[in-house]
Design a binder for this molecule. Structure first.
Ligand code: NI
Length: 171
């Protein structure tokens, strides 16, 4: 058994955050334990979502809870996403990029199809904060973070903070 209980929050520039995550091959007790640990990491860090790479695990799984509670945290395994609607810019942050905030452009609506912890496929439509969280967490599975989506002036403003994070969490 892989010990996912030891997982903790990864911060930029931990390499796993910049990788493309791999599909979850089998939904078993290891994955259920990972999902539970991810919920705890998210709640502890006061976030509303967390993706596998943010727990140091290179797998296509994320959890979202728009009110930040463990009870309402839902697990999405091997998700696909279809975006639609208009593009809206809104303030976002990321637990793996502490101190970095900016207006990020996202689609107003998206549809996520994923597998749950019992191995059943389901589809969910997200708008507003939920739709934004889906797109943010899906980005993590592709190795993308909000620092990559900031406007050019915001990127320039973020430079110093990114350098600090490099020094603090880099090798
Ligand atoms: Ni994030």
């Amino acid at each position: 058994m892989t010990d996912y209980l030891k997982c903790c929050l990864t911060k930029f520039p931990t390499p796993v955050l910049m990788d493309t995550a791999k599909p979850v091959e089998e939904i078993n007790d290891d994955i259920r334990q990972l999902a539970d640990r991810m919920k705890d990491i998210m709640v502890e860090a006061k976030g509303i979502g967390l993706a596998g790479p943010q727990a140091g695990v290179n797998l296509r799984i994320f959890v979202v809870s728009t009110d930040g509670t463990k009870e309402n945290a839902k697990v999405y395994i091997n998700p696909t996403i279809k975006v639609e609607g208009s593009i809206e810019a809104n303030e976002e942050g990321c637990l793996s990029l502490p101190g970095i905030y900016g207006k990020i452009k996202r689609y107003s609506k998206c549809t996520v199809t994923a597998t749950d912890l019992d191995g059943n496929a389901f589809t969910e439509v997200g708008e507003g904060l939920l739709g934004r969280a889906f797109q943010h967490e899906y980005d993590h599975l592709e190795g993308r973070m909000i620092k990559d989506r900031l406007s050019t002036p915001a990127k320039i403003r973020a430079k110093r903070r990114l350098k600090q994070l490099q020094e603090e969490y880099g090798e």
